[in-house]
Design a protein around this ligand. Structure first.
Ligand SMILES: [Zn+2]
Length: 310
């Protein structure tokens, strides 16, 4: 007793009709519980068909051509899904292999590092300035915090680490240097032997291999130099070593000193210091503004005679 409701453009026939109830099997009686002496323990009226034994159902009859088309479509979809899963699996495998290879390489690199010299020994070595980092800590004296700069050097595979709250170096990451230093102690960090050093002096800066990026950044520095052209003119007669610039903040002004051999290096160092300071301030007091007073460059001549320009 089926009624054809409609036929769509694919030739699929939509039927509606009474079919045998699949819950009770058509007798309208539902039985459950243990069967004792051929009789089920419980018997009741089937609630799906309400005892009628038939229920209204809907179904579709498709033409074999259209069914084949649907099957092909589904197969294609499943194939695409499987291909995608395979691609993701391969990508993950490649990523895991890459991480493992990197870890192995890092461990091999760390294993090379050996302790250098003896405690208290003064040494001179060729190194590459590998990394410059910094962190803030409570100042030993007075109010506020101080910045500790961490320099990491690679001395032919051996790791040297220098913590300083002082002036630091003008040199940047990747620079090849000759440094003199005093061995302070030894520690193992993340499976790597590191020699902590102190009293670092740069003896020699080896000429860098300039990249396009570096050329670009040095041309940016020149713009800053021209901002202080007037001050530059006044200092041109002296051989300065210490450089100070004042920085305006929401609460007032503060000054920084940097030690540099050239104007370019001084400005680089001040900009770097200002950037770090700004990041620190932004993190803790985003309402603060820092601004450098380039026109208040304060200079020391060879670390002795102080004079003020601008
Ligand atoms: Zn039923």
């Amino acid at each position: 007793m089926a009624t054809l409701v409609k036929v769509d453009k694919n030739g699929s026939k939509y039927y509606e009709g009474l079919v045998t109830c699949d819950r009770c099997g058509g007798d309208g009686i539902y039985k459950w519980g243990a069967v004792i002496n051929g009789r089920p323990q419980y018997i009741g009226t089937c609630f799906k068909c309400e005892g009628r034994g038939k229920v209204i159902d809907k179904w579709i009859e498709r033409t074999p051509e259209y069914q084949a088309k649907l099957d092909a479509r589904r197969a294609k979809r499943q194939q695409a899904q499987m291909a995608e899963q395979e691609r993701i699996r391969k990508e993950q495998e490649a990523e895991i292999a890459r991480i493992e290879a990197e870890r192995a390489k890092e461990q091999a690199r760390k294993a090379i590092s050996q302790y250098v010299g003896e405690e208290g020994q003064r040494l001179t070595m060729d190194v590459v300035l590998e990394h410059i980092g910094s962190f803030e800590r409570s100042a030993y004296r007075g109010w506020g915090t101080e910045t500790v700069t961490v320099y990491t050097f690679d001395a032919n595979g051996n790791k040297l680490v220098w913590f300083t709250t002082g002036m630091g170096l003008d040199e940047k990451e990747g620079d090849s240097l000759q440094i003199a230093f005093t061995v302070k102690g030894y520690k193992e960090y993340n499976g790597e032997k590191q020699t902590t050093i102190t009293r670092v002096k740069v003896k020699e800066v080896y000429p860098p291999v300039a990249t396009e990026e570096e050329e670009e950044s040095s041309s940016n520095d020149e713009e800053v130099v021209s901002e202080s052209a007037d001050a530059d003119a006044k200092m041109s007669a002296f051989q300065f070593q210490w450089w100070t610039v004042e920085v305006r903040e929401a609460t007032g002004k503060m000054g920084w000193e940097v030690k540099a051999k050239t104007k370019e290096n001084a400005i680089k160092a001040i900009k770097k210091r200002a950037k770090e300071h700004d990041e620190f301030v932004q993190k803790h007091r985003p309402d603060f503004q820092t601004e450098i007073y380039w026109d208040t460059l304060t200079l020391d001549r060879d670390g002795y005679q102080r004079m003020r320009c601008g």
